[in-house]
Design a binder for this molecule. Structure first.
Ligand SMILES: CSC[C@@H](O)[C@@H](O)C(=O)COP(=O)(O)O
Ligand SMILES: [Zn+2]
Length: 204
């Protein structure tokens, strides 16, 4: 199997798994996977990401421009994926909108971040110390995508990480598809936990 087909199938399988969690409401969300140093696969814009079709992804260059003859449009948020691959050795980037990540982004917007400590799942981010703290930045949402991508890029400081976009969604990236998925699932677990706890305690 060619590298292109291998990467396509890997990304399609991740998409199916996230779809099974119902993380692609209203055509939201976009995913990408690096194929080589020059190009990556990204979801086509505006599609129902719960469906698996031969038009789910297209190949784009480092500027997010289609690298092949196609009628498909790359994700409207391709520049965020470009920002990841342009400044790290990441191999996969995932973006989803969920109720939990939107609620958390709104509740903690004034702090510009949310932190988790003494939570087993922060180990997904390599936080193995007893008192380690996981910090996830929260940035404003801009309709102007180049502006959003520039703001997002400031928080890309490693080959894996996560950034919440206020009242929009989360973008995570990792060295492999498996790592990116692990980080996304860990974040969503932590967000759902926090929302549930706040509700029980009467905080919201
Ligand atoms: C109607 S979904 C919201 C979109 O504007 C966007 O935020 C999104 O995540 C999906 O856009 P897409 O262009 O399909 O990648
Ligand atoms: Zn989005």
């Amino acid at each position: 199997m060619s590298l292109f087909n291998k990467k396509w199938n890997e990304l399609a399988d991740i998409k199916d798994e996230l779809a099974a969690r119902d993380w692609f409401m209203g055509t939201s969300g976009n995913l990408s996977m690096k194929v080589n140093e020059q190009t990556f696969l990204v979801t086509a814009s505006g599609k129902d990401k719960r469906k698996r079709t031969s038009e789910d992804f297209l190949l784009v260059d480092h500027k997010g421009v289609a690298a092949e003859e196609t009628a498909l449009k790359p994700s409207a948020e391709t520049l965020l994926h470009c920002a990841v691959y342009g400044s790290t050795s990441a191999g996969c980037s995932l973006h989803v909108h969920t109720i939990a990540n939107n609620v958390i982004s709104e509740l903690y917007a004034a702090d510009g971040q949310i932190q988790f400590q003494h939570q087993e799942l922060i180990k997904a981010f390599g936080m193995w110390g007893e008192d380690d703290i996981l910090t996830i930045p929260i940035i404003p949402n801009y309709a102007d995508i180049p502006k959003l991508a520039a703001s997002f890029k400031e928080y890309i400081i490693a080959d894996y990480g996560a950034v919440l976009i206020r009242n929009h969604g989360i973008t995570v990236w990792g060295r492999t598809g498996l790592e990116a998925k692990k980080l996304l699932e860990a974040c969503e677990f932590l967000f759902q936990y926090k929302v549930t706890l706040l509700k029980i305690k009467g905080g919201i």
